[in-house]
Design a protein around this ligand. Structure first.
Ligand code: BGC
Length: 777
């Protein structure tokens, strides 16, 4: 102890002058317990108070460069988003963390190095969710985990899995769906993929972080039931199924308490109920009280500020924070650290297998894009013989993802124009020339960023659409066989959108109008591609065009994936993970998003409660433009032999045979919904309970799918009982092709009500919530 105390002052001074690496190396190491060799408890016991306070606050002190252990390769810290503090005398190296959901966030430039570093831009999470194929989500995770590992990254700050609560949510592109089951299953597979590579995942942002407006301090007021059923459920699924190494708490408060300071959230729910045993880190600069964060077992505060370290050290000295608490936090961090590439000394190459990643990115994109409209088999079209009038800036420039921490420094993103040409289509050369010249005026997508810690990639410069006069459009309509128009919407971290951004602009609507008129006058077809990071208005213009393909933000291979589908080489099989409302005002959250007071909201009340997305539109019969789960194919499917078999303990097994009755090989997403009996609790009209995608079925081929539905899956959250309860009575179990189109259904009786899980009474709203329940027509 005496020795440790003498060291405190010494180390403190060393840190201040940024000399810690060299000073520590000079110390004889054998005197101290060594991380990875000696018991963890001994290593922690050998840490001074200041060292402990440094261990739990990331190492973002710009003057300190985390030094590798003697004899180990020095990693380049600017290549990643953040890192933990190293303690060389104890053999503890820094652990490296990097964003993010759609690709590894690697800084393009490093000082003194002429090379530019890239990572693959994969399709955004909303597109991955549209595939409804967990095996593809796992493959994306594997590919991203591989890139992270090869860049020396230990923990990938992904997946982001908040709920699409409102169509204006700025980070929607990073999130999967409006449904917690789809979110949880896709994110689970992705985490398993990442972690299969020896890289940790960090599921974020835990929890109820469903808006960007006032994101650092917004107080989310939400009922216990909506929290459990909608906002926590996806996280629960991932924690229990995929065992993520880490969880990132969110910026917001839930019912008055910052999530990183909530013991109820991070201890009672996350660890005790769900069995999480990794470490929790804050979102960058999240929370306002480091000591409370420690007590809530938000183990690591990122990216690390000296004032946090000092506050924690003071609290340890004056008894406001017990040594047991911080020791537990450190143990949580170091237990995860033991699994990392850095600690295992993985010989990373900085040369990931990009060819493999490209193949995965392209395949996932084409298997997940959603065909929203296809009048009279407008698509597919024959490559080679078809010429296309290609309109819209973003037909010639692919916007592969959103902005902010989820942006990826990719080398090249394949545009629709490139993809179509490579597939053998001819493009109208006049349009192509004008658009490419116009786009050259835009700023580059990304600036040179030396450090990802401070430098955010700037928003893409959005050039206004080229103004075409009618003669030019008519000429193109005469000279080409069909038109394709791309509509783009950028989404990004740090801000929500405005309703004007949800609606199409006057210029876009006029382009759709005039191109449709001119091509239809020539009896030629028009297809719209939606290169968007979230939901946009479609109801007012969808009747004017013949086809709509929702490409979302499809990663760097997006243009190839579009060509794969347009040419009919592959059949679309994506389905919407989120409802497209008719008008923004129809969204259940529109009345209270993004909170009050208007202008600078400090609180938002989730008055729509459990009625999020299709749970609302279906229950209250609000018409939508495209419903949850909807998506067309070039081929057709029939569903036969639907059966419900009673299993043990109140379980049901559903069987259904899907047959490809059309002319193209294709895959079909099968959705299982349930309607609960009316009992003590009110319920949405129906809820998604399971889903699967068939294998590729050739025309005439069939596949029988099987779904196990347990009472836990049929349960709702009973606030009074603080329990998940499957109420007795008759359940309607349905097979559907979208939330509002049922193709087979049957009854299933649960003889007795069952408490399927008892939980803690936590996160109780401090004020009454006036739940909005519109009258059913
Ligand atoms: C974002 C996180 C991200 C972190 C580190 C924050 O602003 O909300 O999603 O992981 O920055 O870049």
């Amino acid at each position: 102890m005496q020795k440790n105390n003498q060291n405190i002052g010494f180390y403190f001074i060393a840190i201040m002058f940024g000399l810690i690496g060299t000073m520590q190396e000079a110390l004889p190491q054998q005197k101290y317990p060594q991380f990875g060799i000696d018991p963890l408890k001994d290593v922690i016991a050998a840490m001074t108070i200041d060292e402990k306070a440094l261990m739990v606050t990331g190492a973002k002190r710009r003057e300190v460069y985390p030094t590798a252990l003697p004899g180990k390769k020095q990693k380049n810290i600017v290549a990643v988003g953040g890192y933990t503090y190293p303690f060389l005398r104890l053999g503890i190296p820094p652990i490296y963390l990097s964003d993010g959901p759609a690709g590894v966030r690697i800084a393009p430039r490093r000082s003194g190095d002429s090379q530019t570093y890239y990572a693959t831009a994969f399709p955004v999470a909303t597109l991955v969710a549209s595939g409804w194929d967990t095996s593809l989500s796992r493959e994306i995770g594997e590919a991203m985990g591989h890139e992270a590992l090869e860049y020396g990254v230990d923990i990938l700050l992904a997946p982001a899995m908040n709920i699409h609560r409102d169509p204006l949510g700025g980070r929607s592109f990073e999130y999967y769906s409006e449904d917690p089951l789809l979110t949880g299953k896709m994110a689970s597979a992705y985490v398993q993929g990442i972690q299969s590579q020896g890289v940790g995942a960090s599921i974020k942002h835990f929890a109820a972080n469903n808006q960007e407006t006032s994101r650092r301090y917004i107080n989310t007021i939400v009922s216990e039931r909506a929290l459990r059923e909608i906002y926590l459920e996806g996280f629960r699924i991932v924690v229990q199924e995929a065992k993520p190494w880490t969880v990132m708490s969110s910026y917001n408060k839930i019912n008055g308490v910052y999530t990183p300071q909530s013991r109820e959230l991070l201890v009672d729910i996350l660890r005790k109920e769900w069995g999480f045993n990794g470490f929790v880190l804050t979102d960058w600069y999240g929370g306002d009280d480091p000591v409370e964060q420690m007590k809530a077992h938000n183990d690591l505060l990122m990216p690390g500020l000296q004032v946090w370290t000092d506050t924690i050290a003071d609290a340890l000295r004056n008894g406001n924070l017990s040594m047991d608490v911080i020791d537990q936090n450190i143990e949580n961090i170091l237990n995860v650290a033991l699994k990392t590439g850095t600690v295992k000394d993985y010989p990373y190459t900085e040369k990931p297998d990009f060819e493999k990643s490209k193949e995965v990115a392209r395949r996932v994109a084409r298997e997940s894009m959603v065909l929203l409209k296809n009048e009279q088999h407008t698509l597919p079209i024959q490559a080679g013989s078809t010429s296309i009038g290609l309109f819209g800036n973003y037909s010639y420039k692919n916007l592969p993802g959103g902005t902010g921490s989820g942006a990826v420094n990719y080398e090249h993103a394949v545009s629709v124009a490139e993809g179509l040409k490579e597939a053998g289509f001819k493009l109208d050369p006049v349009l192509e020339k004008k658009y490419t010249t116009h786009l050259d005026k835009g700023k580059p997508l990304r600036d040179k960023a030396d450090s990802l810690i401070t430098a955010m990639p700037p928003r893409d410069s959005i050039l206004s659409e080229l103004a075409w006069d009618n003669h030019e459009i008519e000429r193109s309509a005469k000279e080409t066989d069909m038109a394709i128009i791309t509509i783009m919407r950028i989404f990004g971290e740090g801000g929500d959108r405005h309703v004007d951004h949800f609606n199409l602009t006057t210029e876009e609507l006029s382009l759709i109008d005039r191109v449709s008129d001119a091509y239809h006058a020539q009896r030629k077809k028009v297809v719209v591609l939606l290169n968007v990071g979230g939901v946009v208005e479609t109801a007012s213009w969808k009747d004017k065009v013949d086809g709509i393909l929702l490409t979302w933000q499809s990663g760097q291979e997006g243009g190839h994936a579009v060509a794969d589908l347009v040419s009919g080489k592959f059949t679309p099989s994506g389905k919407l993970p989120t409802t497209f409302p008719v008008r923004y005002a129809d969204a259940p959250s529109a009345k209270n998003f993004p909170g009050t007071p208007i202008g600078n909201p400090t609180e938002v009340v989730y008055e729509e409660d459990i009625y999020v997305g299709y749970r609302y539109y279906d229950t209250f019969r609000v018409p939508t433009s495209f419903s949850f789960g909807f998506g067309l194919s070039y081929t057709s499917f029939t569903y036969t032999n639907f059966k419900i078999e009673k299993g043990k303990g109140g379980s049901a097994t559903l069987l259904v045979t899907v047959e490809n009755t059309g002319r193209y090989p294709g895959k079909e997403v099968v959705q299982v919904y349930a309607t609960a009996p009316s009992g003590k609790l009110e319920h949405p009209e129906k809820e998604l309970k399971a889903f699967a995608k068939t294998r590729l079925l050739q025309p005439g081929e069939r596949e029988t799918l099987r779904f196990e539905i347990t009472p836990r899956m049929l349960s709702s959250f009973d606030t009074g009982a603080s329990a998940w309860v499957a109420e007795k009575g008759v359940y309607d179990l349905m097979i559907a092709v979208s939330s509002d189109t049922i193709v087979a259904n049957g009854k299933f009786r649960l003889a007795k009500s069952q408490i399927t899980e008892k939980v803690s009474k936590s996160l109780i709203p401090q004020v009454p919530i006036n739940i909005l329940r519109p009258v059913k027509p």
